[in-house]
Design a protein around this ligand. Structure first.
Ligand SMILES: Cc1cc2nc3c(=O)[nH]c(=O)nc-3n(C[C@H](O)[C@H](O)[C@H](O)COP(=O)(O)O)c2cc1C
Length: 401
């Protein structure tokens, strides 16, 4: 384990992780689909949005707490579900769960975790959510739900953006498969845990495409609702129409996500669609956003655009690879400190103030376009203009210069 004293930023963490991990494992974590344009765009988008601070706001006390269904968090960062933590850290998800508990945040455990959901539950009394993939064989899905209930998981995060796995070219080139000692242990009783065999391309993709159901629909969510009373968060929503539709299906939260740019390449960044979704969902359910969030300022921007909380994926794995549980604790502490500083420097004492001030705290071409879109929606909804019906093509031509 190397000295972590110089890790002050995400760039430091990434560099340290790259030095430690085997190239094919670093690629599995850090890569995305296709040309990886979307992975890059998830990061770039934050640089295209600037903060416009307020001053003289008596920012001595900063409150970063947020309440989500059944849980108050001291800061709005949740650990995104990521498969196979043992690839980067011997203790795998056990280390993640312990760090999350120490920092009073939620671990979302992946269906494809390398420690079993029962073992993870046994090391931490803190809140945990279980991420659920939907299998072709519904008995597997139902078994996972029952076990999550019994083990004490507080919510199901149902991932809906993976009817098939994206073309992750790094994994295909590396003919990526799991080392023999790492397994998708939650699937052991169905004899589906071993993903170690070598294949032509990515064994992980082959396994996923064989087992996950591409035929899921809104009726699948209704079925899930009928078999469990756990809160359901849908993860992988990007289209505002889907966000609106989800409200008809008794779900308790939406996670706006493009799977970290690992599914469709060229997909919109979650941050770009967040304001429109926030507007339409209108606080009916909490909104969580992920993809490219790397520092406190990014969290600030996501909250100002309408998120209640954010999730982080890759940085968790980079931190685990560099220094296990303690480095993950450092990452979570650093993010909270950065957020507090960003809020203080921008003159916002609570997350509610950041959300309420919204667009007025932000600038940049993207923001101008988002504000414009919001104005158009208002006009359409309120019929402000009685004579002009704003058609989609009019929207295009009326874009600001
Ligand atoms: C290595 C890796 C494994 C992932 N595994 C899962 C998974 O099992 N289930 C899931 O819903 N999302 C999974 N994701 C997506 C993350 O939950 C999250 O949406 C994404 O990583 C957020 O982007 P970020 O990495 O830029 O923070 C995975 C992401 C990575 C990088």
């Amino acid at each position: 384990m190397q000295s972590t004293s110089k890790i002050l930023s995400n760039d430091d963490l990434l560099e340290a992780s790259k030095k430690i991990l085997k190239p094919e494992i670093f690629d599995f974590i850090s890569g995305g689909s296709g040309s990886e344009w979307s992975v890059k765009n998830n990061l770039d988008i934050f640089h295209q949005i600037q903060i416009v601070p307020r001053v003289l706001q008596k920012s001595g006390t900063i409150d970063t707490s947020v309440s989500l269904p059944g849980k108050n968090l001291s800061f709005p960062v949740i650990i995104a579900p990521c498969a196979f933590h043992k690839l980067v850290c011997e203790d795998g998800e056990l280390a993640t769960a312990k760090a999350a508990a120490k920092c009073n945040t939620i671990l979302t455990l992946s269906t494809m975790s390398s420690c079993s959901m029962e073992d993870v539950a046994s090391v931490s009394n803190n809140d945990k959510w279980f991420q659920l993939y939907l299998f072709k064989d519904q008995r597997i899905t139902e078994d996972l739900v029952r076990r999550a209930e019994i083990a004490g998981y507080e919510a199901l995060v149902v991932t809906v953006d993976l009817p098939a796995m994206g073309m992750r070219l790094r994994d295909i080139r590396n003919q990526f498969s799991l080392p023999k000692h790492i397994e998708a242990v939650n699937l052991k009783k169905f004899h589906l845990s071993d993903i170690s065999e070598k294949s032509e391309g990515s064994k992980v993709k082959e396994h996923t495409d064989q087992q996950f159901d591409a035929n899921i629909g809104w009726d699948t969510i209704d079925w899930l609702r009928s078999i469990t009373s756990l809160p359901i968060f849908l993860k992988g929503i990007l289209n505002v129409e889907d966000a609106i539709e989800s409200l008809n299906h008794d779900i308790q939260g939406i996670i706006i996500s493009n799977h970290g740019g690992r599914q469709i390449d060229g997909v919109v960044s979650p941050i770009e669609v967040l304001p429109e979704i926030a507007k339409m969902v209108n606080n009916k359910v909490p909104l969580i956003v992920d993809g490219g969030i790397r520092c406190g300022e990014d969290i600030f921007k996501a909250i100002a655009l309408g998120a209640n909380a954010v999730m982080i994926g890759r940085p968790v794995l980079w931190a685990l690879s560099v220094g296990g549980e303690s480095e993950l604790e450092s990452l979570l502490t650093r993010l909270q400190k950065e957020l507090i500083l960003a809020m203080r420097l921008a003159g916002c004492n609570s997350l509610q103030i950041v959300r309420d001030r919204g667009f007025s705290l932000l600038a940049g071409e993207k923001i101008t376009n988002m504000k414009w879109k919001e104005m158009m929606m208002k006009m359409e909804n309120n019929h402000v203009s009685e004579n002009i019906k704003i058609t989609p093509s009019a929207r295009f031509f009326l874009k600001p210069i």
